[in-house]
Design a protein around this ligand. Sequence first.
Ligand code: HMG
Ligand code: MG
Length: 295
Amino acid sequence: MPTIKIVEVGPRDGLQNEAVQLNTATKLELIQRLAASGLRHIEAGAFVSPRWVPQMADSLAVLQGLDLNAGIHYPVLVPNEQGLERALAVGVREIAVFAAASETFSQKNINSSIADSLRRFEPVLQRAQAEHIQVRGYVSCVLGCPYEGKIAPAQVAAVAASLTAMGCYEISLGDTIGVGTPRAVKALLEVVSQHVPMAQLAGHFHDTYGMALANIHTALQAGIMTFDSSVAGLGGCPYARGASGNVATEDVVYLLENEGYATGVNLADLVQTAWFIADALGRTPASRLSRVLGR
Ligand code: HMG
Ligand code: MG
């Protein structure tokens, strides 16, 4: 049975956009429950400016509370050298740098042009390599931008290729505002895979328009074997108006397992985790599966 890598981004992408500021203990319990359900890649925080994203201000404490040598990958977002220093200080083994395929989104999200952001990542990648830290690369707005509308696949391919050339081992293609549909996903992957091998690409679909599972199915058929998702469908990006949560991990696991792929995730445990975090935030999980199965 082919195995799909799931990168759980709830504790970062999910919680960065919540109005409720969860305490560190609750974040740690969330991450520990996600790991216990079988997830092996859990994005645990972001070493970004706390002024830009206050919800991630306690990432240092979160990472300090985890066993980083237990065989589970806990990547963190890093926007610059300052972020890398903070990550190194706490013993992080994997980071993710994040660029965009839209100039305006890049300015709004990281206060930099695309070209400047890529220049800023170069020393981050060099230092990370010297320290044997794995680096993942994100490209945002691959299927549309909240400020610029449609984005050309060639623009996405150019940014993805630059990040790969710098040393990113994987490129996660972010449909930041969930506007993609299967035909656009197929067209995007056809172009990007001419520059970065399909095996090094991941799908990161927000579910704003309810298209994420359809897009994942299309990406699977195109050969993508890695998907990002967020327990309970938490999430969004504070610098992309209208961005809702990522596709819910439990829905992705249900789809994949029934389509004949292994995920290593215990769905019943994951659903309980979805309810745990939804309760902590005072709402119900966005995932229909979690609502059907209940607590
Ligand atoms: P800036 O204001 O241009 O930075 O922000 P600066 O270098 O001029 O520094 C300004 C202040 O920030 C200084 O502090 C720095 O020390 C501090 P002050 O002297 O004013 O007190 N600072 C930092 N503090 C902690 N950690 C750092 C750091 N860097 C500077 N690493 C910057 C530029 C990139 C820092 C800022 O724009 C930022 O942090 N942006 C992050 C935005 C963000 O996290 N967005 C969400 C994640 S991306 C996303 O969700 C999309 C994704 O899911 C994929 C998808 O869906 O598409 C990945
Ligand atoms: Mg995202």
